[in-house]
Ligand binder design. Structure first.
Ligand code: TEU
Ligand code: CA
Length: 560
């Protein structure tokens, strides 16, 4: 709940929600903190670090999947939606986590993975037995094409066809991800009933919301080649809302790689009764290669990046709501992708945080981002664990790419960059485990770790703490109107947020060199500096001399 007096709703023109002022922290449980030395992070490990998260100031913790799973995709392949994976703990641990988080003013949101299950889910083991099994229609089955091959050309996100032949019944089943993640058939009302029942069971345990995995895929029409944004997608979401969380005050965020400003308004519009917000990825994918996608990322084009971010700020200014993020468990480390992880590590990590957290929307921090964790320089494919990276390696090398070239791409964009263990201290394996970790710790942990930063006012961690606090203290950060300046400038990002008589000016230099900038007359360089990544802050004057990766925010109240 916000701890400041907000302007009246009438003045804002929008209904206030507790999650407007919240900052969310994403935990990838496998890599956060191992409590028992088996090398795998777990729920007691998270409980052990709740004080750390409370000190940071986050209001919500999103847990990547913790359910029973064979872990083909680290838990995004669920074999029992109402059981905790034994390596993560027990249901009693989970209840304790919810209660202890609540005592500290934090809520837990769960990852809802209902586009697909594991191939070990009892629904699927039943379904594959015979064509007339009661669970057959829980999944998507099709007879082979006339030549015996897959029913159509749909491909899996993890490489190869989206169809696998099942010899028992001589039909193919659909999997938009790994062959161990068969897609559920949302057209079957029994599937939807089971999912809503399961969601209510978790809501009754006191969770604060759901992050919904690839939710834009549930309305698929495979015979028409439609996967994302199918014709009944929004009907299903409205039905889900009505039958599960609609009457509760929770946060829901849908992962939607296909989202456009138009569809985001359908998902998150005030009167739509669907979700609180979606994750859209346009700022991510604008930086991908046209042919090789994320495996050949393009250098940052700031003009383009600003135009995408600005477009989304404007599109959801009056209705709907934005999520704000640089990273997650599928993406490279923010400071490695958008900043300078070697020359200006601290400055660029703080700059990126400043720019993101002062836009309008709900910010998401991915674990380790608050200490500036970086991509991992794995040199051999054997060091990787991710099913996507391992599949893609096989396919690309078979297709003639050199293993060295593939590794270069994986070093920049592979999902394991985000999944190396949280670096807590200078202890062996960064204090993540006393055993041997399931994936190697980034070798930079002796200098880059949380212990070094929590008590240092000048650290990246302290900068995040200040930004999270600013959102709770200043309504202009939450509700101010966004406007960008210097749109064509390739090196600086400048924007203002305006609410009533208050104006927040945010200035950020995205390059590792000095940049001179003359501000237009409307942008008064006066007021009170809320946050800055250089000390002492910039000199106020006609012309600004921004230092490498310098970023600051000024709050002014123009004379009435
Ligand atoms: O991700 C969706 C997804 O499409 C990603 O796999 C993404 O496209 C890929 O990393 C980019 O190349 C969600 C989860 O976040 C991810 O961890 C899961 O593997 C996936 O769904 C399947 O559940
Ligand atoms: Ca463990």
């Amino acid at each position: 709940m916000p701890d400041f007096a907000l302007p009246p709703e009438a003045a804002l023109g929008i209904e206030r929600k507790w999650w407007h002022t919240a900052t969310v922290y994403q935990i990838y449980p496998r890599s956060f903190r191992d409590s028992n030395g088996d090398g795998i992070g777990d729920l007691p490990g998270i409980i052990d670090r709740l004080d750390y998260l409370q000190a940071l100031g986050v209001a919500v913790i999103w847990l990547s999947p913790i359910y029973a799973s064979p872990m083909d995709d680290n838990g995004y392949d669920i074999s029992d939606y109402q059981a905790i994976a034994p390596e993560f703990g027990t249901l009693a641990d989970f209840d304790r986590l919810v209660a202890q988080a609540r005592q500290r003013g934090m809520g837990i949101i769960l990852d809802l993975v209902v586009n697909h299950t594991s191939d070990e889910h009892p629904w699927f083991t039943q379904a594959r037995r015979s064509k007339d099994n009661a669970y057959r229609d829980f999944y998507v089955w099709r007879p082979p094409a006339p030549d015996g091959g897959p029913p159509n050309d749909l491909t899996s996100s993890f490489g190869g066809p989206a169809w696998t032949f099942d010899s028992t019944t001589q039909e193919y089943y659909l999997h938009l991800f790994s062959r161990r993640q068969p897609d559920l058939n949302w057209e079957n009302p029994r599937v939807r009933d089971e999912i809503y029942r399961m969601m209510n069971w978790w809501l009754d345990r006191g969770i604060a919301g759901f992050r919904m995995d690839v939710i834009d895929l549930i309305g698929k029409k495979v015979d028409e080649g439609i996967t994302a944004d199918g014709p009944h997608l929004h009907d299903y979401l409205q039905e889900m809302n009505r039958r599960t969380f609609g009457s509760r005050d929770i946060l829901t965020v849908g992962e939607a790689w296909s989202a456009t400003p138009g569809s985001a308004l359908l998902y998150s519009g005030r009167d739509r009764k669907e979700l609180s917000m979606v994750f859209q990825f346009e700022h991510v994918t604008q930086g991908w290669d046209e042919v090789h996608g994320k495996w050949r990322p393009k250098p940052i084009d700031l003009v383009k990046l600003k135009s995408v971010l600005g477009k989304w700020q404007h599109a959801l200014a009056e209705d709907g709501w934005n999520s704000l993020f640089w990273g997650n468990h599928d993406l490279p480390r923010a400071v490695s992708r958008y900043g300078d992880a070697s020359g200006y590590h601290v400055e660029s990590a703080k700059m990126l945080a400043t720019v993101l957290h002062l836009m309008k929307g709900t910010p998401f921090i991915y674990q380790g981002e608050e200490i500036g964790m970086t991509n991992v320089p794995f040199a051999r494919i054997e060091q990787y664990r991710d099913v996507e990276t391992l599949n893609m390696h096989r396919l690309h090398v078979e297709a003639g790419l050199s293993p060295e070239e593939f590794l270069r791409g994986a070093n920049q964009s592979g999902r394991d960059n985000a999944r190396t263990p949280m670096q807590w201290s200078t202890a062996p394996h960064g204090g993540f485990t006393t055993g041997s970790p399931w994936i190697e710790v980034n070798p930079n942990y002796p200098t880059l770790n949380a212990e070094n930063q929590v008590n240092d006012e000048r650290s990246i961690w302290s900068h995040y703490r200040k930004l999270i606090a600013l959102r709770k203290e200043h309504a202009v950060v939450v509700y101010g109107t966004f406007q960008s300046w210097f749109d064509q400038h390739p090196e600086v990002f400048v924007y203002t947020r305006t609410l009533d008589h208050q104006q927040l000016l945010v200035v950020a230099n995205f390059v590792p060199r000095e940049v001179a900038l003359t501000l237009p007359g409307e942008l008064q360089l006066s007021g009170h500096c809320l946050i800055s990544n250089y000390s002492p802050p910039h000199e106020l004057g006609e012309e600004l001399h921004l230092r490498p990766y310098e970023a600051f925010a000024l709050l002014c109240a123009p004379p009435a």
